[in-house]
Design a protein around this ligand. Structure first.
Ligand code: RIB
Ligand code: CA
Length: 314
């Protein structure tokens, strides 16, 4: 069977890097047709550069990176250097990109790619704020029925939020973009922190990753060790979740995940709960469902998959 064509929309971000590397380590299942960068964890100039550097780390500098939106649709940009470091990829030493960014805007690349492909051929994998995805849907609504699926990391309900008590970072940064995507009618799967908090990375696993000994594995281990520091401080534990690779893990091994079709609404008015993903898990509103909400993850096989696929990279 031909590999599934995906566009990864990303704001690297150490955990974004693991998602990108997992996809690149799975060429028989996934074809990464391009990366689109969005402002999120750090400003766009850095997320775009980081995306290029991660691709080149894995020997895939041939995959183009398209720079996207520099700020959310309505709200000012809120970034997370407090988690990822000033570069957005602290903890590793990567070479400067050897090629320029692609000379098309990410929004236009998404539109052009989806419109040129067969209906149902392209899957979008947003790992950051949904600004690029929403702007593409607003600029060209015809892409919505042609998109095979949007599988996004974002949101939270039973776990509350990780950025405010009510909101997860990706949705909090651009709640209006999330509202556009969640009301678009696109086939949507949401991987919220309710699920990704079960994707905790252990020190033992990290040691196994570093022991792989390849350049990619050593640099990835450095990223994870830096990233885990934040978790140690916030949760007082040495096990911290890698959120974004769960999106790619779901594409590769959906059997490792469990969830339910729900109606999900995005809070875009209350200053207290701005960016909250209101998941109607018990269907009390009787509203039509708009999203598969993943809540469970079988952690050990997921991390074995992640290690095995990263071990394939140079
Ligand atoms: O809340 C976690 C999400 O926000 C992840 O995608 C992380 O990379 C940041 O973008
Ligand atoms: Ca991210």
């Amino acid at each position: 069977m031909a590999p599934r064509k995906i566009i990864i929309d990303t704001d690297p971000g150490q955990d974004d890097a693991f998602a990108i590397l997992l996809a690149l380590g799975s060429p028989s299942e996934l074809e990464v047709v391009g990366l689109t960068a969005v402002a999120g964890n750090v400003p766009l100039s850095r997320t775009a550069r980081n995306a290029q550097m991660v691709l080149e780390l894995a020997g895939r500098g041939d995959i183009p990176v398209y720079p996207g939106c520099e700020r959310p649709m309505v709200r000012p940009l809120f970034t997370a250097e407090y988690v990822h470091g000033d570069s957005g990829l602290d903890g590793c030493e990567l070479l400067e990109p050897s090629r320029p960014l692609a000379d098309r805007h990410a929004v236009d690349f998404i539109i052009d790619t989806v419109m040129a492909a067969e209906p149902g051929e392209i899957t979008l994998c947003p790992l950051g704020p949904l600004t690029n995805i929403a702007m593409a849907m607003v600029k060209c609504p015809a892409i919505v029925p042609r998109i095979r699926e949007v599988v996004l990391m974002g949101g939270g309900f039973f776990e509350g939020g990780n950025t405010t008590p009510a909101a997860e970072f990706n949705i909090f940064v651009d709640p209006h973009a999330a509202h556009v995507v969640f009301t678009s009618g696109v086939k949507l799967t949401m991987v919220p922190i309710d699920c990704t908090y079960k994707a905790v990375m252990t020190p033992a696993w990290l040691k196994r990753l570093r022991a792989v000994g390849t350049h990619t594995a050593i640099q990835a281990a450095g990223m994870a060790e830096f990233y885990q520091e934040y978790g140690n401080q916030k949760f007082g534990t040495d096990e911290y979740p890698l959120h974004d690779p769960c999106v790619i893990g779901y594409l590769l091994r959906p059997d490792l995940f469990k969830g339910r079709e729900c109606h999900v609404a995005i809070e875009i008015t209350s200053p207290t709960t701005m960016g909250m993903t209101v998941v109607d898990w018990w269907n009390v509103t009787k509203k039509p469902t708009n999203c598969l909400v993943l809540r469970e993850l079988d952690n050990p096989p997921f991390y074995e998959l992640l290690l095995e696929r990263l071990s394939r990279l140079p």
